[in-house]
Design a protein around this ligand. Structure first.
Ligand SMILES: [Zn+2]
Length: 265
């Protein structure tokens, strides 16, 4: 052993080995951070979103309500929005009515500015649900929006929820949520004059009307009434077997001339 050590020292002396006292770096650990603790709260056991078959206007004088039927129902409402990310809930609330629609609000109905979502109101609050599967982008307080959640559903589709009284404290950026999962409760935080959800839908970077986007047109000029399972064969057109009509008279007929006879003498 001593001979080997001596020969190594001699070799280093000959070759000029650089000797460093710098310790080797510790090996890089690749352990995955443990998931955030999911602290049980009211959202852990909250019921999932009900599917609302209709959406009624809160009152007839709301702004930008769009087409409203005789019973007060939003005519274009359907339960789901068809998007590139799949279906989204049009009304991701426990119970609510439509108090304001999407689009430009005139001076008389909200101050002469664009309304980028719909307002779904309920004096008593209630749960707010994730409109579809996705990942939390923001779960924070955002000035005018108040308590605010934004969910990325993929394929360029996002939903935004504002004015919430609170949201599930377990939600933070990157957390996975499932369709219909309770994420918060309706409130009036931020710039809100009443308890409601301000709901925005983004498709390909554009804010779209959550009530009318992708909804079928309320009126069809040519409604489809076909009820048969199989196509109906076309009956052959029958030949015209009726006798040909009488030809019109080609010339006027005159009475035969009467030959004059010489009278007998
Ligand atoms: Zn709003």
């Amino acid at each position: 052993m001593r001979r080997i050590a001596l020969s190594l020292a001699a070799a280093c002396a000959l070759a000029g080995c650089a000797v460093s006292n710098t310790p080797y770096p510790r090996p890089i650990t690749t352990t995955i951070a443990p998931p955030a603790p999911n602290i049980p709260n009211i959202y852990t056991s909250a019921p999932r979103a009900p599917l609302h078959s209709e959406l009624f206007a809160c009152n007839s004088y709301g702004s930008n309500l769009g087409l409203i039927g005789q019973r007060g129902e939003a005519t274009n409402y359907t339960p789901y929005i068809d998007t590139p990310a799949g279906p989204l809930l049009r009304n991701p609330t426990e119970v609510a009515c439509l108090s304001s629609g999407f689009g430009y609000r005139d001076i008389a109905n909200g101050g002469g500015r664009q309304h980028n979502g719909v307002d779904l109101a309920n004096h008593d609050g209630g749960f707010i649900y994730a409109a579809a599967d996705g990942w939390i982008v923001v779960a924070d307080y955002r000035s005018g929006y108040g308590n605010y959640i934004e969910i990325d559903h993929g394929n360029g589709v996002r939903t935004r929820y504002g004015h919430m009284a609170e949201f599930d404290s377990n939600l933070r950026s990157g957390v996975r949520v499932t369709a219909g999962e309770a994420i918060g409760r309706m409130g009036m935080t931020g710039n809100a004059t009443g308890v409601h959800l301000h709901y925005e839908v983004v498709v390909d970077g554009l804010l779209v009307d959550p009530i009318n986007y992708g909804a079928p047109q309320p009126f069809q000029t040519t409604p489809v009434t076909q009820m048969y399972q199989e196509p109906i064969p076309i009956a052959p057109v029958e030949a015209d077997t009726a006798p040909p009509p009488e030809p019109p008279p080609t010339s006027q007929t005159y009475p035969e001339p009467v030959r004059l006879q010489r009278p007998d003498r």
